[in-house]
Design a protein around this ligand. Sequence first.
Ligand code: FES
Length: 179
Amino acid sequence: MDDTFPLEESSLSRRQLLNFLTGATVAVTIGSALYPVNQFFVPPKEDIGVEGGIIATDILGNPIPASQILTEPPGTRALVAGLAGEPTYLVVKDDQTLDPIGLVDNCTHLGCTFPWNPVDQQFQCPCHGSLYAPDGMVIRGPAPLPLKIVHVTVMDNGSILISPWTEADPRTGKEPWWV
Ligand code: FES
């Protein structure tokens, strides 16, 4: 596959996006320009009907098994296609399991996608400079709201179920802004 991508500037970000496009999942990049790519995301093919949940896939709709992500080291942010095709970060925890909370990769300012910066331990939006903590809370605007979160569940067959978060946001104790 051609390793150039016209919307990317750094090789690490290019690799991240290409890994995602091809079903690999490592998302370890250091600040670069990522433009909104939602329009490239295909609609999800499979809705398994569990409270609106959907199986995590790559951009082509191929399911990404948990085992694939869990070969990566703790702290990895893995990008998958989630609800309605939203790019969604899944987090590998220290105990080598998936965090039950996923973070949607859409900046709450104007919707840009953004990379994870493992050095600064932040999500850093290249469009207007918003910074988010590892849990998706805003560190610096102009982003007005924390990142949308979703439930992440590893199914018995090893697939990853992503389902809507409709209850109180555990970060704020308040009703989610996206519901
Ligand atoms: S879209 Fe992210 S800071 Fe503006």
